[in-house]
Design a protein around this ligand. Sequence first.
Ligand SMILES: N[C@@H](CCC(=O)N[C@@H](CSC=O)C(=O)NCC(=O)O)C(=O)O
Length: 279
Amino acid sequence: MQLENIAQNKVHDGWHKRYRHAASSTQCPMTFAIYLPPQASKDTPVPVVYWLSGLTCTDENFMQKAGAFKRAAELGIAIVAPDTSPRGEDVADDKDYDLGQGAGFYVNATQAPWNKHYNMYDYVVNELPELIETHFPVTQQRALAGHSMGGHGALVIGLTASERYSSVSAFSPIANPIACPWGQKAFSAYLGGAEEDWYQYDAVRLLSRASDILPMRIDQGLSDPFLDEQLGIEKLERALAPFNHKATVHRHAGYDHSYFFISSFIDAHLTFHADYFNR
Ligand SMILES: N[C@@H](CCC(=O)N[C@@H](CSC=O)C(=O)NCC(=O)O)C(=O)O
């Protein structure tokens, strides 16, 4: 598969690089960014944290705003940030920021017109890691992290494809999308009107049927304007209760939903994932 390098920047002795490639799961060109720490070489491949971004984001928001490179370089961890949806003139879209391009919700859509390109679950779980592991000096050790819609993606993928990852973390995740406006709007469009078809993409629902989970870390700002209506953090904490030896929820007074919050705690998330890579 052809990878087109579209940007590169040296940072903290490693490299941030952006690539475009033709993706079979989404049937369109996709863009992703990768940070390769200074340790990464053919002789010393490094593990990878996959970062899943939130609504309206591309591969660039996290890389430019999270301030993750210094700690990733110290720990010898690569970070891969995919786009949040398929994109292009031929790709279905919506006028609202919370549906269509920039709002893929990490599902495989079943409903027209979305089902032609919106297969972000397959892209993130299968196609992208295969590409990364073929073209870059990385191991098959993988972790998931994400924010808001991407926190939802990280939790759901960590619960449904757990054998592929060693740990999961999320900032301000949409934890119970079947019960909030963002999730209900997206799932009705992408998956249709039958609520049973949504359950496979709802972290709280998946946890209610789980017998074991990956190690998880969740961080939530208490001045987040989306906390009450969209995120469902209390329901998530209740659903995690049977697994409280494996999952921690950290609440932070004064922090909002933005990358200011993410940049304040990203080091702790990377350190958390490094701990499980090293076991
Ligand atoms: N109305 C806002 C909503 C967009 C927003 O807040 N996006 C967040 C993720 S929200 C859940 O997935 C985000 O990460 N934005 C990008 C950023 O760089 O901050 C709007 O349209 O701005």
